[in-house]
Design a protein around this ligand. Structure first.
Ligand code: NAD
Ligand code: UD1
Length: 306
């Protein structure tokens, strides 16, 4: 089938594109290359993937890209929470209007299903763990608000217009091609980058905070299942491993892998940090058949090897 991946030149999107091509699909990518890069797709034959450099804020462009597609995977977004706090209008335009544009295009072009990249940020800082999809969302940032609003659009589309919609609430995704160089980069990408270079690692706080880290290939698996399982339409799913890892545990694994002690400096906790995060992934397991396969240490080894 022909599929569209918005944000397909980004970290998660480029892994999804690779898998979809491997599965024999025709893949079109819509990406404005703001954080995505052509080189994220450079391992693929140029003839195999159609890259449209364009903006999800432009409805006509999204509409043209959706033409002839059976499924749209909507990964494009400005992913920085702090950016959304500083620039709520731009963040809204890309993350919410962009999602509405994708849904309008899907309706106009007869797309069968839209799979939406949502986020654990919809849960905010309410401390109850693990997070279940039937808990009330309580986002605390424009980014989280845009993600939950986008999800509600996606889940309403089946009943309103007959376009199937599935929302995947990713927890902390890690893996190759995640950019370690921004101040808000995922902690694993930063730690691995520094460990490889032999540079000092900064831990904000005591290192006992924990996250539900999930390897990017498992997130790709969830997307493929979300595109195909008929009963998934109209549903939201947590996508994590269903296990927590502390930063201190990550550091111990990294020391084993690089086989030398790491230089670690502690700084005060980052403002606004949550202490712990954990997904209940039983809904995705039961309804999608989702089974995360890559253990954290295995993922770290692949990341360092790659
Ligand atoms: P990323 O920044 O690598 O990917 C986002 C892609 O969207 C980039 O290629 C970027 O160029 C593109 N993009 C941004 N604005 C655009 C616009 N206006 N028009 C067209 N393309 C645009 O980040 P990622 O981590 O791969 O994130 C992918 C999706 O997953 C996002 O929707 C993000 O919110 C979601 N997500 C990621 C994580 C995580 O841990 N990485 C967690 C929760 C949710
Ligand atoms: C994620 C988002 C963040 C958002 C938050 C809200 C990513 C990459 N970040 O943050 O933008 O505000 O969800 O839900 O998706 N850390 C260090 N040293 C470092 C980098 C990070 O100690 O060099 C710590 C952080 O302080 C934090 C933990 O590592 O305690 C994880 O950080 P991060 O990877 O940014 O993820 P979240 O905190 O979950």
């Amino acid at each position: 089938m022909r599929v569209l991946v918005t944000g397909g030149a980004g970290f998660i999107g480029s892994h999804l594109v690779t898998r979809l091509l491997g599965d024999g699909h025709d893949v079109r990518v819509l990406d404005d290359l703001s954080t995505g890069k052509r080189e994220n797709l450079a391992h693929l034959a140029a003839a195999d993937v159609e890259l449209v450099v364009g903006d999800v804020r432009d409805g006509a462009t999204v509409d043209a890209c959706a033409r002839g597609c059976e499924v749209v995977f909507h990964e494009a977004a400005i992913v920085s929470v702090p950016y959304s706090v500083e620039h709520p209008q731009t963040s809204h335009d890309v993350n919410l209007q962009g999602t509405l544009n994708v849904l309008l295009a899907a309706r106009a072009q007869g797309v069968r299903r839209v799979v939406f990249a949502c986020s654990a940020a919809v849960y905010g800082d309410e401390p109850t763990l693990p997070k279940r999809e039937d808990m009330a969302a309580s986002p605390i940032s424009p980014y989280g608000i845009e993600k939950i609003a986008g999800e509600q659009y996606v889940l309403a589309w089946p009943k309103l217009y007959g376009v199937e919609g599935v929302s995947l609430r990713y927890f902390n995704v890690f893996g190759p091609r995640q950019d370690p160089r921004s101040p808000y980069s995922g902690v694993i990408s930063v730690f691995v980058d520094r460990a490889r270079a032999g540079r000092e690692i900064t831990v904000f706080g005591d290192g006992e905070q924990s996250r539900d880290f999930v390897f990017v290939e498992d997130v790709v698996q969830a997307n493929v299942l979300a595109a195909t399982v008929p009963s998934a339409s109209g549903r939201a799913y947590n996508i994590g491993r269903g296990a927590r890892t502390t930063l201190n545990e990550l550091l111990a694994m990294l020391e084993r892998i690089v086989d030398r002690p790491l230089a670690v400096r502690h700084e005060p906790p980052r403002a606004g940090d949550i202490r712990d995060s954990l997904a209940d992934v039983s809904r995705a397991r039961e309804e999608l058949g989702f089974a995360p396969r890559v253990a954290i240490e295995e993922g770290l080894r692949r990341l360092i090897g790659g």
